[in-house]
Design a protein around this ligand. Structure first.
Ligand code: FEO
Length: 388
């Protein structure tokens, strides 16, 4: 697929993998995007995951019709983009591999590649002919070696994982060719689960990007952004500042339904104030979806029974995921239940303290809730929703 003059999409769709990073479900698959610039020199920007290397190389050979690849630009070394490098080098042994000092060290560590390397730094330029690529270092978006390549003549940014999302590219490659609803949802999930911890480095990268004129953003996953690139930029800006949208996410765990009833009361209360209320049973919905929505919305209310003098294990695991990612600025409330000794509410209060959030309003119920407690739970929902 030709994206612009002498710029071709040479990525692939992975519809086989069930779990990204062996953790995150892929109901809509994932694309590994790669781009070929054909100028006086030929440059390939990133490869694809190794099982798809042959497919990618066939496409490249068809486009080049006997010409060789002169440069491989490695914007990101995570193996979903770099494990095709060895196959590329076998076909094009003369290729110069372009990366920064950290990239080159990882090439040695992962693949034993120590020659044919071309080191670039912040602001370095590589002239391909009519096109010049300029490099910007964007560490921790989402690994330390990540950089972006900017086509200064055509205002195209090759952004590595940034602005990427899950979902295969079925009907087209450009945002203008696709119904974007699924991709936006998957961008929230992708951002929160993969990049979520690195809000500050994302902000640093955005400050560099916002100085550039942009006609097109070519990420390593998901659609190529053209008409909708400002929406992708603002989603990243919002998420990396941990600035939640107006809405409340209520998540509960429940073994026999008592905590579920509490959650229902909380959601009803929140719904009196805010129409955007999402209620999740942690045992039913994959936590990556829940983490995505918790990053997206400002209000969070968690509920759990006491289990072995602690939180219900799936809720404890969710709390760990939020802590690991350093989620900030949430309006937080909590509720818990117990049969003989309460620990869940105490654990939520300790969690809020560790996250440096305000001490949450809480409701605790022993065994089944009373009508007074039901009203207190409705009020908890109202309280959180009214603070958004
Ligand atoms: Fe798509 Fe961080 O790799």
């Amino acid at each position: 697929m030709k994206l612009a003059e002498n710029l071709y999409y040479v990525g692939v769709n992975d519809r086989h993998k069930t779990l990204f990073e062996n953790m995150l479900p892929l109901p809509h698959g994932v694309s590994y995007n790669s781009y070929l610039l054909v100028d006086h020199k030929v440059a390939l920007i990133d490869t694809v995951e190794a099982p798809f290397a042959e497919q990618q190389l066939e496409t490249i050979q068809r486009i080049l019709n006997g010409r060789l690849v002169d440069y491989l630009i490695v914007n990101h070394m995570e193996p979903d983009h770099s494990s095709g490098i060895q196959a590329l080098r076998m076909l094009y042994p003369q290729v110069q591999i372009v990366g920064n000092a950290k990239t080159l060290s990882m090439l040695q560590g992962f693949y034993g590649i120590a020659d044919g390397l071309y080191e670039v730094k912040e602001g370095s330029e590589l002239v391909l002919g009519k096109r010049t690529l300029r490099f910007y270092m964007t560490p921790m978006v989402h690994w330390p070696e990540v950089m972006m390549a900017y086509d200064v003549d055509n205002h195209i940014l090759f952004s590595a994982d940034a602005f990427g999302c899950f979902g295969t590219l079925d009907a087209g490659i450009l945002d203008t060719q696709l119904n974007l609803d699924m991709y936006w949802n998957e961008m929230y999930r992708y951002y929160a689960n993969i990049v979520g911890k690195y809000g500050s480095p994302v902000q640093t990268a955005l400050k560099k990007i916002c100085t550039l004129q942009l006609n097109m953003i070519c990420s390593t996953h998901g659609p190529v952004w053209t008409e909708h690139l400002s929406e992708a930029l603002s989603l990243y800006d919002r998420m990396s500042r941990y600035e939640g949208e107006e809405g409340v996410v209520v998540v509960y765990g429940s073994m026999y339904g008592h905590t579920e009833q509490m959650a229902q009361a909380v959601a009803r209360g929140a719904g009196e104030v805010c129409k955007n209320v999402l209620l999740y049973d942690i045992s039913k919905t994959d936590s990556s979806v829940i983490v995505g929505d918790i990053f997206r919305y400002k209000g969070l209310i968690l509920g759990s029974p006491t289990y072995c003098n602690d939180l219900f294990p799936p809720i404890k695991s969710l709390v760990d995921k939020l802590e690991l990612r350093g989620l900030k600025h949430r309006v937080f409330g909590a509720f818990g239940s117990y049969t003989w000794a309460g620990a869940a509410v105490k654990a939520f209060v300790a969690f809020a303290e560790r996250m440096k959030w305000e001490t949450p309003p809480t409701v605790e119920v022993k065994q089944a809730m009373t009508s007074d407690q039901s009203e207190a739970l409705v009020q908890l929902g109202r309280t959180i929703a009214s603070q958004l």
